[in-house]
Ligand binder design. Structure first.
Ligand code: FAD
Length: 474
């Protein structure tokens, strides 16, 4: 049989029955892949090891409180995640600010000069930030002027230039006249929260991507959105509902132990007590798990996946007996506190106030005992929020995500594989794959769309709707 006849035979076989796919991993990447494939008529099974969907962005109960494992935000420029929210019918539950407005409290500043704001006007880019920068009290006049110049230099960088990946963002900032204070009070304020690393530990490519897309593309690009409900409501309950109505079979508490290609060119996915058969398999699991599941020859250099480092995020949760914060959130300077969110309503707390402190790039604190964190952070909150001084702390606990994101170190870009592998019918997804974005919900959803696109193309299925996704959400 020549190749053409063989292909025709395979096509005829595929045409006579619906194409099937197994998606391994029920985080945002896997859910997206499953939905995108099912929307194109593929019969999909989604397999998740844990008892819930949502991967790294989930909720759990602590008594009457519904707690997120970590505060999550997204930006208006996150068009893929916004598509996801729409697709699961959750956009109204995680709305965006009308206009970027980040209160920045400096614990060390003199009274009257403690509160600054990062915000925007309706003017075109880059003038939309000019007023905010001109009045930002946490930098000197000279520093503000230099920030403006560096922002313009950043805007001029070509994100397609592969040389940016190996460069260090901190070094680049210093070379562009940024003082330590400017890095702390502005670049890291945004960068640590989005990249999960300080500038000195970040790849220029990823940093430039964040700042160019978020702050220097469209005036509204950095408007912030966050869930007003527990994350589990969006990423588990509503996602499950959308998957069910799209006809996806979802198997929770089911760990995939191995995958292998059969003689007939189909994949066998081993789960305890069963082998699932499929035309296509998408591994939407973290890089280490993907490495362990990949069959020989699927990537040229599979060991590179193990060189992609990880970075931790710590969340500190404090429940007060009264209202101590009148804003929905703020960022802090001059204090170990980074970002503080009011989670009272979302958590279901009816009396008092529940604050979540999101502490990124938390390498130094991730393993510290709760007692030490309590001793450090409660007095810090008293410095920042006078209302806490007479308040009773009803609950104090922490959530630790040691592998919250991949580490955005210089050179990481060349380690991130794309959706396609060398094994036919086997694809990769996950925030850590080559999306160009740092490890975010946006990256996860984008990776899912790319994996579905690659699979649909190989299966000969319609995929036009995938290309419209990001435009629709924009
Ligand atoms: C504390 C914290 C705060 C964050 N803050 C933000 C933020 O503000 N904004 C933002 O955009 N992003 C944020 N992120 C990052 C974001 O949550 C992740 O990038 C995104 O959720 C990753 O999705 P994923 O689907 O790629 O991977 P994951 O969520 O890791 O999903 C992979 C899934 O695969 C499953 N799995 C693994 N192995 C197997 C197996 N063998 N069989 C079956 N299932 C398996 C896992 O159980 C998991 O559910 C944060 C992350 C954390 C932890």
């Amino acid at each position: 049989m020549n190749d053409t006849t063989q292909d025709e035979g395979l096509d005829a076989d595929r045409r006579s029955r619906p194409a099937t796919a197994v998606v391994v991993g029920g985080g945002l990447a896997g859910i997206t892949t499953a939905l995108a494939l099912a929307d194109s008529g593929v019969r999909v099974t989604l397999v998740e090891g844990r008892p819930r969907l949502g991967g790294l962005a989930f909720s759990f109960q602590r008594g009457a409180l519904t707690v997120d494992n970590g505060q999550h935000v997204y930006l208006r420029c996150c068009t893929a995640y916004r598509w996801f929210l729409d697709r699961v019918d959750g956009a109204e539950l995680a709305p965006l600010q009308d206009r970027l407005d980040v209160p920045v409290l400096d614990a060390e500043a003199k009274p009257g000069r403690r509160l600054g704001r990062i915000g925007r006007t309706a003017l075109p880019v880059p003038l939309h930030l000019a007023k905010s920068l001109a009045t930002y009290p946490h930098l000197s006049l000279a520093e503000r002027a230099k920030v403006g110049r560096a922002a313009l230099a950043l805007k001029g960088l070509d994100l397609a230039d592969p040389a940016l990946d190996a460069q260090n963002f901190g070094t680049w900032l210093a070379a562009h006249g940024q003082s330590e204070r400017a890095i702390e009070a502005l670049w890291d304020l945004v960068g640590v929260a989005t990249l999960n690393a300080v500038a000195g530990d970040s790849s220029l490519a990823l940093a430039a991507m964040v700042f160019k897309t978020g702050l220097l593309s469209d005036p509204g690009a950095a408007d912030i959105g966050w869930a007003r409900v527990p994350l589990g409501e969006l990423h588990d309950r509503l996602a499950r509902k959308a998957l069910d109505s799209a006809g996806v079979r979802t198997e929770l508490r089911t760990r995939v132990t191995s995958i292998s290609l059969n003689e007939n060119g189909r994949w066998g996915v081993q789960v305890p007590g069963e082998t699932l058969d499929a035309d296509a398999v998408v591994l939407a699991v973290p890089q280490r798990e993907a490495h362990d599941l990949l069959p020989d020859g699927a990537l040229d250099a599979p060991e590179q996946l193990l060189d992609i480092g990880t970075a931790p995020i710590l969340n500190i949760h404090v429940v007060y007996d009264r209202k101590v914060l009148s804003r929905p959130f703020f960022a802090a300077l001059g204090s170990p506190v980074q970002w503080v969110f009011d989670r009272t309503e979302a958590s279901g707390l009816s009396d008092g106030q529940y604050l979540a402190l999101s502490q990124s790039a938390a390498q130094d604190e991730i393993d510290e005992p709760v007692s030490a964190l309590r001793e450090r952070y409660l007095p810090e909150l008293e410095r920042l929020l006078p209302g806490t001084r007479g308040a009773e702390v009803r609950d104090f606990f922490v959530t630790r995500e040691r592998t919250a994101t991949f580490a955005p170190t210089p050179g990481v870009g060349r380690l991130r594989p794309g959706a396609r592998t060398k094994a036919p019918g086997l694809y990769l997804a996950g925030a850590w794959t080559a999306t160009g974005w740092p490890a975010t919900m946006e990256s996860a959803v984008r990776s899912g769309v790319s994996a579905a696109d690659a699979a649909l193309s190989a299966l000969g299925r319609p995929r036009d709707h995938l290309f419209e996704l990001f435009e629709e959400a924009a």
